[in-house]
Design a binder for this molecule. Structure first.
Ligand code: ADP
Ligand code: G6P
Length: 455
């Protein structure tokens, strides 16, 4: 029987009740729960040896097979090339990219180690589904190991335009490595187009329908926007309705309106610009002073990468400056928290708020935008203010208030509009967005991708 083997750098925490911030883990876990399968990835441990054997644990119907990394792997493959070059470049932050040939070598080596493990694990009929930028060379390494299984790749983050991609010295190798997959999927049509543009301009690729021919390789390409299970999220959002934490949040608000934002603490999420927009709202629309609170939940991420330490300092300073300017004895305008919350609690915060503020400078999709809408009560829904540079904008632009995160005043105006929106309009937007979320849910994402990989 054909099994599904999912491979990603990060896997879901095996310990019950532990929550992780990150769209890949949230999406893949929910998708795999229904189908079952093997999930191969990094254990999160960095005290391994290259020869350390994998550990397998079965939870529900998923076999988690994980290996540790060595400190050197971590430095070169994860911190160095994946998060020091690919992440910033693919998010258009070439100013933060720090290329180093040794890191690239380490990146390829770890991919080869995953491939060697797959060679011992996979049966010929198994389908392999590889996720995200850490594992671009995995299919190539698998082919070198003699595996000729169907292998699909899904990129959770944006794919940059060719001129940006070319700033990575090994761009050609990376794209050729992607061509070793049978199916390469992206979040949006724009990402797919950027990939095809590179292949046609720089590798003499030819696209016919959704088949891209590059040299001898014929691969399928397409966009598969990741979704959520809207009804499950709604149920979750009601589960914590009587929790102490939600009560504490509401008590602190003292009937003020609530704007909520939830993101990993990442420079791609536009956090400083968002705080500035809130400051601008208080400056330009005095009627909101003392009447609205912004709750920003931002668990730290990748703190050993310089760009992340820097954004954390900048955000602390922005929160301090803005709160110093506006705080009154009975009102703190920004509540800024560096921690994770259990999923149902997070969704209950969304449900209790009037505005969801999701304003990344660039984002592959942004699941928070979708979770925010699904958590809303149908009879009194909150409003989503969404960046036009989130992948989610392609599906949600007709129901959200769209803003450009590079324009502080426009974001402040968007917030003002959201805070004042009458119930009828809010309901209309919410109903439309729920239809969109249901039509393109997480099962559809998985089934379309796996169906296309199969055919
Ligand atoms: P990214 O994948 O870049 O982190 P997404 O918005 O696509 O961005 O996905 C983030 C996921 O992590 C969402 O499912 C969100 O609910 C979850 N998440 C984000 N912050 C927290 C947090 N503080 N506590 C728990 N879960 C979080
Ligand atoms: C994004 C990436 C994922 C990654 C997650 C958390 O969602 O697309 O691949 O797992 O961020 O980042 P981390 O570096 O902690 O795995």
């Amino acid at each position: 029987m054909s099994r599904l083997i999912v491979v990603s750098n990060r896997v879901a925490p095996i310990t019950e009740g532990k929550s992780t911030a990150g769209g890949l883990v949230v999406g893949v876990l929910d998708a795999l729960r229904e189908t079952g399968g093997i999930w191969l990835g990094w254990s999160g441990d960095i005290s391994g040896e290259p020869s350390t054997a994998p550990v397998t644990e079965t939870v529900d119907n998923i076999d988690f097979c994980t290996i540790p990394l060595t400190q050197r792997d971590y430095d070169r493959y994860y911190r160095g090339f994946s998060n020091g070059v690919l992440w910033p470049t693919f998010h258009y932050r070439i100013d933060l990219s720090q290329y180093n040939g040794e890191d690239y070598k380490g990146y390829v080596e770890v991919n080869q180690r995953f491939a060697a493990l797959l060679a011992t694990l996979a049966q010929p009929t198994d389908r392999l589904w590889v996720h995200d930028y850490h594992l671009i060379p995995l299919a190539q390494a698998c082919r070198e190991q003699g595996l000729d299984n169907r292998i699909g790749f899904f990129l959770h983050i944006p794919f940059p335009s060719p001129s940006v991609l070319r700033t990575i010295p090994r761009h050609r190798e990376l794209v050729l490595a992607l061509c070793q997959y049978d199916l390469v999927g992206f979040q949006t049509q724009g990402d797919t187009q950027a990939f095809v543009d590179y292949a046609t301009r720089h590798l003499d690729g030819v696209l016919e329908g959704d088949i891209l021919q590059v040299g001898e390789r014929r691969i399928r390409v397409g966009s598969y926007p990741i979704g959520i299970h809207p009804d499950q999220v709604k149920t979750l959002s009601k589960q914590s309705a009587r929790s102490k934490q939600l009560d504490a949040l509401k008590a602190g608000l003292q009937h003020r309106k609530l704007i909520v934002s939830v993101d990993r603490l990442d420079y791609s999420k536009g956090l400083v610009q968002r705080f500035d927009a809130f400051d601008c709202l208080l400056e330009t629309a005095p009627q909101h002073r003392g009447k609205v609170t912004l709750v920003q939940i931002a668990p730290p991420s990748r703190q050993d990468v310089q760009g992340y330490r820097q954004i954390r300092r900048q955000l602390e300073s922005a929160a301090g400056r803005i709160n110093g300017k506006w705080t009154e004895l009975s009102w703190t305008p920004i509540r800024y928290m560096n921690r994770s919350y259990e999923r149902s609690l997070l969704m209950s915060f969304f449900r209790a708020s009037q505005v969801g503020l999701v304003t990344p400078m660039r984002d592959g999709m942004n699941l928070v935008a979708k979770e925010y809408i699904a958590s809303q009560p149908a009879d009194d829904p909150g409003v989503l203010v969404l960046s036009e540079f989130a992948g989610a904008a392609a599906e949600m632009q007709d129901g959200a208030i769209m803003v450009n995160p590079f324009d502080t005043k426009a974001m402040a105006d968007g917030l003002d509009l959201a805070l004042r929106m009458p119930l009828q309009q809010r309901k209309k937007r919410y109903e439309h967005l729920m239809e969109v979320l249901r039509a393109n849910d997480l099962s559809r994402w998985r089934d379309r991708f796996l169906g296309d990989l199969e055919s």
